[in-house]
Design a protein around this ligand. Sequence first.
Ligand code: SF4
Length: 342
Amino acid sequence: MEKFRDCYHNQRPATPAPRNYHNRLPATPNPGCCHNRLLDKKRFVEFLKKTIGNRERKRVFVQIPEGLKPELFEIVDAVESLGHECVISLEPCYGACDVRDYEASLLNSDVVLHIGHKKFYRDFPTSIPVIYYPLPIDVEIDGNEIGKIKESKIGLLTTVQHEHQLKEIAELLKSLGKEPVIGGSILGCDTRAAKKIENLVDCFLFIGSGRFHATGIETEKPVYLYDVERRKICAVERERKERINLARMEMLRDSKIVLFLISTKKGQLPQPGTVQQLKEKLEQLGKKVYLVALDEVKNDKLLGIKADFLVNFACPRLSEDKFDLPVLNARYVLERVEKLKT
Ligand code: SF4
């Protein structure tokens, strides 16, 4: 079985692809690829009739992830076929944590249509209604490939795009003599579907098109990825993040100027009270803390700022990105900040 390392953020793919946390699909859908079809137009129009309706003309603000952009005009044409008008957001859209109702309202939109995700697990208010269309995608699973898994009790995980097929995949595994346990869909920041079945399984099988989700599953059990684009299975090797984090805590101990990275994306806003709590604790240790607000957190935006250390309050997976300065997630620091006193 092939192996790959935990490399979502740091390793560039052989063929550069648009970076997209959740929906990495070929820029040009390949007719021979395992995705039989992407947008099921009939199913989508039925969904639109039930959610947006077709009696009153509405302005629909469309958000779509990079990887689904090849479907963009088909999506918009389907919405407009019901008499509505669309405004397309071309800002990056990595997840349902990033709902742009503010921009939508500025442009007098009535509703946000958020493609490729389901409602975020953390609730937040929006100024106009938001409708989520996960865009279910049918994939073909090669039984010979998933039959290579040696363990018998297999926890099944996927993204929201393929969640509707988990029962079918479980049946396929049963026919191969395995004992599948359906976990459900996971996000890069939310792997509770894996946690809830961890004690029932020997390993996890993630069905998806990118490494991002599979490498986010925190478990001691083996994780396999069935890559729906290549129709291949591989074992997911994860580096021990703890060793890196401990080294960074030591760097934080020696740091004088600390930047708190705070994203203005609604689903990535800090938990109430956490910014102040950590700021006070670090100040007690003699550090100077500055709070910086960004929409998308990127290293480029930090160039020229003379800080020693970054504490990330935004998407927890960002700390795996390449930054010039050492970075740790706020939750990790909060849980261990008392140790810096010794
Ligand atoms: S917070 Fe990060 S991992 Fe979670 S949905 Fe948003 S971009 Fe994805």
